[in-house]
Write a protein that binds this ligand. Structure first.
Ligand SMILES: Cc1cc2nc3c(=O)[nH]c(=O)nc-3n(C[C@H](O)[C@H](O)[C@H](O)COP(=O)(O)OP(=O)(O)OC[C@H]3O[C@@H](n4cnc5c(N)ncnc54)[C@H](O)[C@@H]3O)c2cc1C
Length: 391
């Protein structure tokens, strides 16, 4: 039986990881999201899965600052900042952990272009974790891996959505002096099935296998992100995110996980030691803190978070900010509403080809507006280039 009727199940996988009888498997539902499936023959009704579920119980919650320290920050390494979605703070936290022999967990890609959580033990492999992937990542056995590393007294930095961080603490049943966690302010996670259909559509259209997708390329700046698809046989296609059907569907909340519309992990106090996000609106409050290269919002939520932050901060630009600056980031405080076409979208997804689905549900701006937008972006880039040379 797949427990998919539970609208608020975030798919964190803590129940699968903890089950002493191996009676729970995470199985894909029709929408392409993983939900717990219980093998009645193996299940002895011990109830541990429900006791630790971070949505059903709040036992896992750790003390976190009611008034976190708030910073605007970015990485001083221009390349890392450019390749990161916001200001590139995550990479700095990760390097701080790797340099002392620790292990970093985050979302990367596997050979089948699926987004999965994985462990990274060296700086060169960090590239895979860098950048936002707008797909729900699979946790797999990473919680168990973290437990083993902590038993070996290794330092671990685990990064993920708030529900994944809650799932990790629920599974471990405790905090650990060697465990540091980093979540982000989360809009919601899209369906892996829709993402795979988008990849297949691109492969079919351009007759080449997709090698990599970058969801937040900054070639036209942080404020005008571009979706870039690289193909195995060389070649690249890019579109402003507003013109990319997949991104359009994501921000219009058409194919997010059901639980994201009633997320249990919004607001403050946060779940993790450090929360990262885009510092949307910072340029209107303090123009000097936004040069369109990406500014991270950093929330320091615990003593351990502060230790990590103080250790890494020396190689970052950072400035402390007041609490009212958080108002620009609405998804910090509340869930996004479901698109009223969501049910029709998933009904049609298996009935029609993806091109028809795009036409019906994910059609971005018309070509004239797309060209106008490109022209504007090119003009801004040229003017910025001229001003930079004159200063
Ligand atoms: C699905 C999603 C929704 C988001 N929604 C918002 C939002 O509404 N508002 C906002 O301000 N910021 C949002 N963010 C966060 C933001 O885009 C940046 O990831 C964050 O600010 C960190 O940026 P960075 O430059 O420090 O590092 P980056 O290198 O850009 O961050 C990468 C980090 O994000 C993790 N990550 C990437 N994709 C996933 C994924 N699918 N699942 C779990 N972890 C992942 C990686 O493991 C890594 O730790 C979202 C991110 C994702 C993935």
């Amino acid at each position: 039986m797949i427990v998919q009727q539970m609208e608020s199940c975030s798919g964190c996988s803590a129940c699968e990881s903890i089950c002493p009888n191996d009676a729970i498997d995470m199985k894909e539902n029709k929408e392409g999201f993983l939900y717990p499936s219980i093998n009645a023959e193996k299940c002895d009704q011990c109830g541990i899965c429900e006791d630790i579920c971070p949505v059903l119980s709040s036992n896992w919650r750790l003390p976190r600052n009611e008034t976190p320290l708030i910073y605007a920050a970015w990485n001083n390494d221009a390349k890392i900042r450019r390749l990161s979605s916001s200001g590139g703070v995550f990479t700095d936290l990760a390097i701080g952990t790797l340099e002392i022999g620790g292990v970093v967990f985050g979302a990367g890609f596997n050979e089948d272009a699926e987004v999965t959580h994985k462990a990274v033990g060296d700086v060169n492999s960090l590239e895979d974790l860098r950048g936002s992937k707008y797909v729900q990542s699979r946790i797999g056995d990473t919680y168990e891996q973290v437990q083993e590393l902590l038993n070996e007294k290794k330092q671990v930095l685990f990064s993920g959505t708030p529900c994944q961080i809650a799932g990790l603490y629920a599974f471990l049943g405790r905090d650990d002096e060697n465990l540091y966690t980093c979540d982000f302010i989360c809009h919601g996670v899209p369906s892996p099935k829709v993402y795979q259909k988008y990849l297949a559509y691109m492969e079919n259209k351009y007759n080449s296998k997709v090698k990599h997708v970058s969801f937040r390329d900054k070639r036209f700046g942080w404020i005008r992100p571009v979706v870039v698809v690289d193909f195995e046989e060389g070649g690249q296609k890019w579109e402003f995110s507003q013109d990319n059907p997949y991104f359009f569907g994501f921000v219009k909340n058409i194919f997010l996980r059901r639980a994201c519309y009633v997320c249990s992990f919004k607001g403050i106090p946060r779940v993790s030691d450090i929360t990262l996000a885009d510092f949307w609106g910072i340029g209107e409050r303090e123009p000097g803190l936004d040069n369109d290269k990406g500014t991270s919002l950093v929330l320091v939520n615990s003593e351990k978070g502060q230790m990590l932050w103080e250790k890494c901060r020396s190689s970052l630009f950072s400035k402390k900010c007041p609490a009212e600056y958080l108002n620009g980031n609405s998804t910090l405080f509340g869930s996004v509403p479901a698109n009223n076409k969501r049910d029709f979208f998933f009904r049609d997804l298996d009935r029609f080809g993806f091109e028809a689905i795009i036409d019906k549900y994910m059609k971005p701006r018309n070509k004239i507006r797309q060209w106008m937008s490109l022209l504007k972006a090119l003009m801004i880039r040229t003017i910025n280039g001229i001003l930079k040379n004159q200063l």
